[in-house]
Design a protein around this ligand. Sequence first.
Ligand code: CA
Length: 223
Amino acid sequence: MRILLVEDEKKMASLIERALKETSYAVDWVDNSVDALFSAQNNPYDLIILDIMLSGKDGLTVCRQLRKEGKNVPVLMLTARNELEDKVAGLDAGADDYLTKPFFFPEFLARVRALLRRQKTGKSTHLKVGDLELDQVTRKVSRSGREVSLTPTEYSLLEFLMLNAGQVVTRTMISEHIWNDDFDAYSNVINVFIKNLRKKIDQGHARELIHSQRGVGYILQEI
Ligand code: CA
């Protein structure tokens, strides 16, 4: 899952960025409305975390602009004060949820998960394809009831494949949703991660779930 973080306070931004990265989300951070709009218009984010108080145009304006352009990406609005007016304005501007700073990170991460889920899978936090299961809250993965231990990036990659089960996922989609702007899409990294993931998920099982589509990408499904 790839997230755009728009926050002009550096200390706050680095705390949020670290929490998100530790949960293995890919994060792009920008500190102003111009970069926020540019990034949101040019990348397929799964979620935008948008601070209301920015220099230049504020977060409300950014949100309104994105909605006007037909962008449906979930938006979690942040503000420093618990003011009802801000809350109403945020939701009216098209935000999906709202959180007052300072907040507890477990609550913040739970809201992030809820917003990502609402868009992708409805209310379930449990993904299942055949005998492969993934719990998005505990981040536990199992195949045939046996727990599989994954690195954070392997987990993100598998989660993305499972959310798109039965559909071809291109290398571009993977690089855009699993890694942030620093990632070199032409590198061999995706192949390596897929290879490792297959070893852990498919090796030793009669039925393979991760399939290559030559020249296109990958598909996770029971065939
Ligand atoms: Ca701010």
